[in-house]
Every structure is written in C-alpha cells, then in structure tokens.
Design a protein around this ligand. Structure first.
Ligand code: ADP
Length: 473
C-alpha cells in the first residue's frame, strides 16, 4: 500500500504541530499587541494629565494671565504632541448648561465638545478617577483623539486632547512586525518540526521496508534498533521478536515436512526395491510370499505414520474449552492396561497397577485413551524382558496425576528436551527393533496440553523412566 502524502502520519503530525503552534503564536501576538496598546495609552494619558496640569499651573501661577494665554503658552511647550487645549466653564442657568468654552484657534467652534453630563461627571472626579475619553475620528481630524477632562477651580474643566495618529502608527508597525516575525517563526518551526517528525518516524519506514523484504524464504532479516530506548525501539524489538518466532516456526515446519517426506520415502523405496528384484525373474512360491510379507509390513508401517500424522493434525487446534463431556480417566487407564497386557506378557514384563483413584475430567475419551496407550506402549517397548512397568492414578492437592513408570533403558539427559518433538527418536539404530516412529510422545504432549495437562519426565539410563501427567481438577 502506498500512503498518500496528505494521509501520512508525518503530514498529519506536522499539520497538528502547525495548528497548535499557530494558535499559540496568535494568542501570544494578541496578548502582546494589547499590552503594548495599553502601555501606549497609559503613556499618552500620563502626558494628557501633565499638559492639563501645566495649563492650570500656568494660569494660576501668573496671576492676571488669561486662560487663552495660558492655553497658547502650554500648547507651545509640547510641540511634538500638538495638544488641543480648551477650558470649559460650567455654569448653571435654567438647568445644566455650558456657558463658555475658551480655546485657541486650532480648535473649531464646538467641534471638541462632549455632552454636558460628561463635563459635570468630570467635575465630580478626583485625581485618581479622572475622566479619559476617545473622540472618534472624523470629528476633529482624520484620527481619533484621546482626551482628558481635568477639573480645576471654577467649576471649570481643562480639556486636553492628543491625536492618536502616532499611537496608531506605532500599533500598525507592531502588528506588521508581529505578522512578519510570526509567519517566519511558523515557517521555520514547521520545517524544523517536520524534520524532527520525519526523523522520529524514519525507523517506522525501515520497519515497513524490512517487513516488505521479509518472506518465508528469508526470515533472517532484522531491523536495526540501535540504542533506541523509546516507543519506536520497543516496536522494533517486538517486531524483531515476532520475526524470530516466525523464523523458528517456519524452520520447524520445513524440518517437519522434510522429516515426513523422508519417513514416507524410506518404506516406499523398500517396497519398490523388493518388488523390482522380485520381478526380475521367475521365483518360487515361498520367495513371492516372503517378499509380499515384507512389503505388507512396510505398507503397515506407512499406514501407521500416516495415521499418526492425521491424528496429530486433527488434535492440533483442539482446546480444553471444547470438551464439554466429563470422562472417567481411571476407567480409561484400566481399559488400556488390559489391552496392553498381552504385549507385556509376550516380553515377560510385569504390568502392574499400583493405585487408581476415580478421576473425572473434561475431555475426549478416544484422545485420552491414545495418550495412555502411547505411554504404556513406550514403557513396554523400551524395557528389557523381565522388567517392570507400573501405572497409577493419584489424586493430590486438587490434581490428578497419571504415572507410567518402567525399569527400562532410560533416556539420556541431553535427549530429554527433544523426545516430544515429531520424529525424534533417541537411538536411530534401534529403530526397527523397537518400531518407533518418533510421533508417539508428540501425540501424548498434544493430548495432554489440550486437556490442560502438564507432563513431567524423570529418567535414568539403564534404570528406567517415569512419565507423569498432571491434570488440575
Ligand atoms: P517412538 O515411536 O520412537 O517411541 P516417541 O515419540 O513415543 O517415539 O518417543 C520418542 C523417543 O523417546 C523414543 O524414540 C525413545 O527413544 C524415547 N522414549 C520414549 N518413551 C521411553 C521410555 N519409556 N523409555 C525409554 N525411552 C523412551
């Protein structure tokens, strides 16, 4: 599958990264813009207060100076601000009315006035609570005007205004710088983020490539995890472990099919060889009979292998929960012992039952019977004539234990871990003699495990072997 670029994880992560980063930058920008605007206005307000105070001081200090002169003088003192200053005299006559407004020629008549109530409110204000207002643009110029209403004796209000032209210019410049810097920052950090994300996801790519390159023919490939101790490292380790397990099971399957072919081929070759030799010339009756008997034996051997293999493949996928019926394991054991008595007697082996407790377990009778048969059959086959085979079924601590014990040839320690493998036989040279296919114990193990049983083996060469199968109740 080819992942489309906009569907890729790196694309999505980068997009998320940009969205979140963009959000943070915009929020930080808004905050920065407003705090800068507030500080500019605070500065301007302080200047307005200073100019208003200066106007009053000029008028008050120099007794005899008119308000017009004080206003003109103060205006000249702050040329860079070009303040608009006027004095509003509040006089009540037939209700509330402003009687007189004193200002310089820079202010057009009536254009720098608020309503009467605002002036009366300003008159009641104190130094901590002065009235600042913004006169919207268009009234007295092309920019809004920030204004202070400063109450002085009279009752009079000194009204000072400064155009917000410079402030707005500063704010626009800040906005421009912020947009430029923000975009640059976004671009750089998106590129950086994308680079980091790609770098972090690079091992995933190599997982994909390796996974694509892996086939059942070549499971030796592994992904380089390096020194990574992060989630990707964990993923790589897990993936490598999985490949190792796969490699092992594929190897087992290959080995198994090789073994099966080999095991089937040998008797077939023998059958063919014997028949070919037989057909080369005319033979007497005895010779025909001998060869036919021998080929029959080989055919029977083949049949046993195929039978065991079919049995194994049938029970391969069985699980304990599939067994709904309770079966009497003790009865199965007694039945098998009875059926094996003749074989034991033929080899002068004593087959004894030590103790059999009633044991009910969930299972399938045919399978359990096969398991017990294989164990007792092995015990008889691998015990010299005159030896002993003992069986018992015990109940202890919530567990039934089936024991098949013999005084036979024993199993070398190094072979113990292998005896349950398919086609494993300890001594190939004794193969024909004992007649083993190396499938009996694989069946025992599979039947036990699908019934939830656990097998234990104790063995000593030339002393004997004990197989124990534990079933928890
Ligand atoms: P086989 O059909 O050859 O008996 P199994 O799978 O039953 O195959 O057993 C595998 C090998 O384990 C046998 O070849 C044999 O060498 C060894 N083995 C099994 N049971 C016994 C036993 N009771 N005593 C000694 N060796 C045993």
């Amino acid at each position: 599958m080819k992942i489309k670029k906009f569907r890729s994880l790196s694309f999505k992560l980068t997009l998320w990264y940009i969205v979140i980063l963009g959000g943070i930058i915009i929020l930080a920008g808004i905050f920065q813009y407003h705090s800068f605007k507030d500080s500019l206005l605070d500065e301007l307000d302080a200047k307005l207060l200073e100019i208003a105070d200066e106007t009053y001081e000029t008028w008050y200090r120099k007794r005899g100076v008119s308000w017009e002169e004080a206003i003109r003088e103060t205006t000249g003192k702050f040329p860079s601000y070009q303040p608009l200053i006027q004095l509003v005299k509040l006089q009540e006559e037939k209700g509330k009315k402003i009687k007189e407004v004193i200002h310089t020629t820079s202010i057009e008549e009536g254009s720098f006035l608020f309503d009467v109530r605002t002036y009366y409110r300003a008159d009641r204000s104190d130094i901590d609570n002065l009235v600042y207002m913004t006169l919207s643009e268009g009234k007295l110029g092309s920019f809004p005007i920030r204004t202070i209403l400063f109450p002085v004796r009279g009752p009079n209000i000194v009204q000072v205004g400064i155009s917000l032209e410079n402030t707005e210019f500063d704010l626009r410049r800040l906005m421009f710088i912020m947009i430029l810097a923000g975009s640059g920052l976004m671009l750089l950090s998106s590129l950086g983020g994308n680079f980091i994300i790609r770098k972090a996801l690079k091992p995933v790519k190599s997982v994909v490539q390796t996974a694509k390159a892996i086939s059942t023919d070549d499971l030796s490939l592994r992904i380089e995890a390096g020194q990574r101790q992060d989630e990707i490292g964990e993923l790589v380790d897990t993936f490598n472990d999985m490949i190792s397990r796969l490699e092992k099971s594929v190897k087992k399957i290959k080995q198994f099919s090789g073994d099966v072919s080999h095991e089937l081929r040998t008797p077939l070759t023998i059958i063919r060889g014997e028949i070919e030799v037989l057909l080369r010339k005319e033979r007497d009756k005895e010779e025909y009979q001998k060869t036919l008997k021998s080929t029959l034996e080989e055919a029977a051997y083949l049949e046993r292998i195929i039978d065991d293999l079919l049995f194994l493949s049938r029970i391969e996928a069985l699980e304990k929960k599939e067994f709904k019926k309770l079966v009497q394991l003790d009865e199965i054991l007694l039945k098998v012992v009875e059926s094996q008595e003749l074989a034991a007697k033929k080899k002068s082996i004593s087959l004894d039952i030590k103790k059999v407790e009633p044991a009910k377990i969930n299972g399938e009778e045919i399978l359990l019977e096969r398991m017990v048969t294989n164990l007792i059959d092995n015990a008889i086959r691998y015990t010299h004539p005159g030896g002993k085979v003992k069986v018992s079924l015990d109940k202890k601590d919530g567990t039934f234990t089936l024991l098949v014990q013999d005084t036979g040839i024993g199993i070398p320690e190094e072979s113990l871990p292998l005896i349950f493998d398919r086609f494993y036989v300890v001594d190939k040279s004794r193969f024909k003699e004992t007649g083993g296919l190396g499938l009996g114990l694989s069946i025992v193990k599979r039947v036990a495990s699908c019934h939830g049983g656990k097998i234990e083996v104790e063995s000593e060469v030339n002393k004997g072997t004990s197989f124990l199968v534990h079933f928890s109740i």
